[in-house]
Design a protein around this ligand. Structure first.
Ligand code: SF4
Ligand code: SF4
Ligand code: SF4
Length: 263
């Protein structure tokens, strides 16, 4: 479909990681109305209709991800299988019916249990505001005997997390985000990967009382499934009226929640 320039400009205000999806939805909606060209006014009509549709959630959950392995050089993991496994669990656990029962009425978008994936620590998909968040990371160890002191790792690290001293590279674990850029560039295999998987965070949300998700643990894909099942069990047990996981965590306290979480 052809977009007018001002409609295209308006579309650019939408975050890039959802822009393609919004474009497709708008085109689908407007072409169903027989339009072939999109003006700004058409775009506003579509926005209103789609927002109304979005606010009425059909499912009680949402699983979303970044572009990741499909198209991004930064991706550390491929989450396709894990995303499917998580969706299956949400279906099997009847989360939609559970939430409908809890909220005693039609579900809204803000009732959904949201699972967010990012395949590297850049977290483009804003996972920090999802109930269950995962981002891809790598952990590594240093073999100073193999280091040729080329300095490439210190140059590539955007976090200043790695420095060279007389004995080789020293990594500041508080600064390192596990992006793996230094591993990729090291010509001597002096940096050796010891873990590739996810960091899991819980309880992010927006709304009246926004909360960024809290770090829980590192996990391989298999471990992530077990953690997810345990979190979902506890979420259901502690849920009173369909509130978000972050609200539950705030109510019971993070330390207590962690104590109750068995996986
Ligand atoms: S989160 Fe990382 S892997 Fe995913 S799109 Fe962003 S940069 Fe790429
Ligand atoms: S993994 Fe990334 S953040 Fe950590 S030291 Fe290497 S380049 Fe720096
Ligand atoms: S990139 Fe590898 S060889 Fe070069 S300084 Fe860093 S650890 Fe040593």
């Amino acid at each position: 479909m052809k977009w007018d320039r001002d409609a295209e400009e308006y579309l650019k205000r939408i975050p890039f990681f959802v822009r393609g999806k919004v474009r497709r939805e708008v085109e689908k909606y407007l072409s169903s109305k027989g339009l072939e060209r999109i003006t700004l006014a058409d775009l506003m009509d579509a926005k209103e209709a789609l927002m109304d549709r979005i606010s009425k959630a059909e499912k009680g959950y949402e699983v979303f991800g970044c572009f990741g392995m499909e198209s991004c050089a930064n991706a550390l993991v491929n989450s396709k299988d894990l995303m499917e496994a998580i969706e299956r669990i949400l279906e099997e656990e009847g989360i939609t019916e559970f939430l409908k029962e809890k909220v005693k009425g039609p579900l809204k978008a803000h009732n959904k249990f949201k699972v967010g994936f990012s395949e590297c620590p850049n977290c483009c998909s804003q996972i920090q505001i999802a109930d269950f968040c995962l981002h891809g990371v790598t952990l590594f160890e240093v073999d100073p005997k193999k280091c040729s002191f080329c300095g490439s790792c210190t140059e590539v690290c955007e976090e200043s997390a790695i420095v060279l001293n007389d004995y080789g590279p020293i990594v500041n674990e508080d600064l390192c985000v596990g992006c793996g850029h230094c591993l990729k560039i090291c010509p001597e295999e002096a940096l050796k990967e010891v873990f590739r998987g996810y960091k899991i965070y819980l309880g992010g949300k927006l709304g009246r009382h926004p909360r960024l998700a809290t770090f829980l643990t590192y996990a391989t894909p298999d471990e992530a499934v077990r953690v997810f099942q345990a979190v979902l069990r506890l979420y259901k047990n502690l849920n009173i009226k369909g509130e978000r996981l972050g609200t539950i965590i705030e109510r019971v306290g993070w330390a207590n929640f962690k104590e109750m979480l068995k996986y």
